[in-house]
Design a protein around this ligand. Structure first.
Ligand code: NI
Length: 197
């Protein structure tokens, strides 16, 4: 497995629409394994393929209470319910957090790596992660959902791309609770199963 290079805003690939995957080939399994490793190495809870330079329509998610990562091929949000405001960040925009509008509940349809249909009804952090990652695959970023233009803030003075000792490089949120997430996210790559940020 390998840690893949993270694409950062304003890389144009982050604004591109991903292409639906026709046949699930072994190369996709290897690629998604690399995506999972990359997500873990940045202490993220989700990652979409265009964030690591591919326009395949695939995303991975692993929130803290999941034992295994979720691999979502061709994911689509098929239903959204309600509206809430949550704090969010993105591995492609390290060092920033924003207050965004998200749905309370979402329903997602995708395929697993075995080609079988996965249907997910989600709330809270999982719903947020599903919306965030399916957005990525449609060229949409969390900064497109800010509750107001000034609801984006910097949490770090070092907007560097690949370190894991500053607080800013987490994908999605730290918590669904309101309030900016502060630094101190210096956990090592692999205990991040308990640590979304
Ligand atoms: Ni993101």
């Amino acid at each position: 497995m390998a840690i893949l290079n993270m694409r950062l805003v304003p890389d144009p690939i982050l604004r591109k629409q991903a292409k639906k995957i026709g046949k699930i080939l072994p190369a996709l399994k290897r690629f998604t394994a690399d995506m999972v490793e990359t997500m873990h190495s940045h202490n993220g809870v989700g990652l979409a393929a265009n964030q690591v330079g591919s326009l395949q329509k695939v995303a991975v998610i692993q929130i803290p209470d999941m034992e295994e990562p979720l691999i979502l091929v061709n994911p689509e949000v098929t239903r959204r319910e309600g509206e809430r405001e949550v704090v969010e960040g993105c591995l492609s925009l390290p060092g920033y957090r924003g207050m965004v509008k998200r749905s309370v509940k979402v329903r997602v349809r995708a395929l697993g790596l075995d080609g079988k249909v996965i249907r997910i009804n989600a709330e809270e952090l999982l719903a947020q992660a599903l919306e965030h990652e399916t957005d990525h695959l449609n060229g949409v970023l969390f900064i497109d959902h800010l509750v107001s233009p000034d609801s984006l803030w910097k949490i770090s003075d070092e907007p560097d791309e690949d370190d894991d000792d500053e607080g800013g490089d987490t994908d999605i949120p730290a918590m669904t609770a309101a309030g900016p997430v502060q630094t101190g996210e210096t956990t090592g790559p692999q205990d991040s199963a308990q640590s979304p940020a």
